[in-house]
Design a protein around this ligand. Structure first.
Ligand SMILES: NC(=O)C1=CN([C@@H]2O[C@H](COP(=O)(O)OP(=O)(O)OC[C@H]3O[C@@H](n4cnc5c(N)ncnc54)[C@H](O)[C@@H]3O)[C@@H](O)[C@H]2O)C=CC1
Ligand SMILES: O=C(CO)COP(=O)(O)O
Length: 341
């Protein structure tokens, strides 16, 4: 029998993943709370607010009803921004098949609780087997995936069979999916790279040059790895798609929302105006606040995150933040090791 697959919600990444599934021969239900968007997807096969100038497969059917989207689904891909994950998970709970495969592709932590997205899912879906929750992450801008440009991602679950089921569902000629058992590492890497993406937009906007951006990416990876391993991740995960891979994409791509937001901040725009202008989720802003708090909870040094926090929320000038980063107390490249002189 043909697998029934649903995607929640019809933002840019949800629509691109629905398109991958459709290209893989699946019938896809795509849920949106916005009625006009549902009509547009079903009548015109476009989602013009989020993905301009692209036609969607007619085998993607949009629906306004969360119940219809969820009740018969064998697999559900959740692509709601981190701020909405708990609400959507709790609303879908009464309709869910108990053996449905749950995959999420969200990059962020929950504000306040600082939980990872699979932890939020475990809270809200207590009758599901949390070892089968899958996270999908990696360098994958929706704008390229929707045009079938070659892309690689990683899916992680504690239960490797669940990760392999997600791999089967999504792997196509242009969308290569790897598995990994390190759920914590893949979620932490995907979330924290957005902080560095914002920083890269700021660095480029201030014309700091290529050396500075290379430094930001490399030292950013060092602090992502420090926090991630303190939270229980395998450090090698950060050398993979959810770590350095996604850092490269986010810090160098014109498609990156986080890079673009950082770039606008560098031009002197206020944060609220930047977020209004973007009109799409910029996860790195909330993630900077969460990572600032996590660094304190786990007693980990995160100098770039601290400085970005001060720029975003304490009105510190980016120039002064850069000067303070450069003027930090001298240290070893692997900061855990003592200086030898
Ligand atoms: N856009 C991309 O290329 C990629 C995005 N991601 C991640 O995917 C997640 C979603 O991002 P995008 O699709 O880019 O966002 P988007 O801004 O394009 O779309 C978000 C959609 O979610 C809807 N929404 C927000 N809160 C909701 C709620 N509580 N209930 C129902 N609908 C809600 C909005 O109305 C909008 O339609 C983020 O965590 C992002 O980091 C990950 C990889 C690539
Ligand atoms: O996660 C992404 C690409 O892998 C999307 O990044 P942005 O949200 O910065 O566009």
């Amino acid at each position: 029998m043909k697998q029934k697959v649903s995607v929640l919600v019809a933002g840019s990444w949800g629509t691109a993943l629905a398109s991958v599934l459709a290209d893989n021969g699946k019938d896809v239900l795509l849920w949106s709370r916005n009625e006009e968007q549902v009509l547009e997807i079903n009548d015109k096969h476009t989602n013009s607010r989020f993905l301009k100038d692209v036609s969607l497969s007619p085998s993607i059917i949009a629906t306004n009803s969360l119940q219809d989207a969820v009740q018969d689904a064998d697999a559900i891909i959740m692509v709601v921004p981190s701020s909405g994950m708990r609400e959507v998970a709790s609303r879908m709970r009464p309709f869910l098949k108990k053996d449905a495969l749950i995959i999420h592709a969200t990059k962020g932590f929950e504000t306040g609780t600082l939980k990872r997205m699979t932890e939020v899912l475990a809270d809200e879906l207590p009758e599901m087997d949390a070892s089968r929750f899958v996270v999908l992450s990696g360098p994958s801008h929706a704008e390229e995936v929707i045009c079938q440009m070659p892309t690689t991602v990683v899916v992680a679950a504690q239960d490797i069979q669940a990760a392999e089921a997600a791999q089967d569902l999504l792997i196509t000629s242009y969308f290569r999916v790897y598995t990994n058992p390190d759920v914590t590492g893949v979620e932490v890497g995907g979330a924290l790279k957005n902080i560095i993406g914002l920083g890269a937009g700021l660095t480029d906007g201030l014309d700091f040059g290529d050396n500075a951006k290379a430094a930001l990416v490399t030292r950013g990876l060092a602090e992502i790895t420090r926090l991630g391993t303190a939270m229980g991740a395998n450090p090698l995960t950060f050398a993979g798609l959810a770590g350095i891979g996604d850092l490269i994409a986010t810090c160098t791509s014109k498609h990156s929302r986080n890079w673009r937001a950082g770039n606008m901040l560098a031009k002197g725009m206020l944060l609220d105006d930047v977020l209004k202008e973007m009109g799409m989720v910029v996860e790195g802003v909330k993630t900077t606040k969460a990572a600032y708090d996590l660094a304190r909870r786990f007693d980990v040094m995160m100098p770039i995150t601290n400085e970005l926090h001060n720029v975003l929320f304490e009105s510190k000038s980016p120039q002064l933040a850069a000067r303070d980063l450069m003027g930090r107390v001298r240290t070893h490249e692997m900061e855990e090791l003592p200086l030898t002189h």
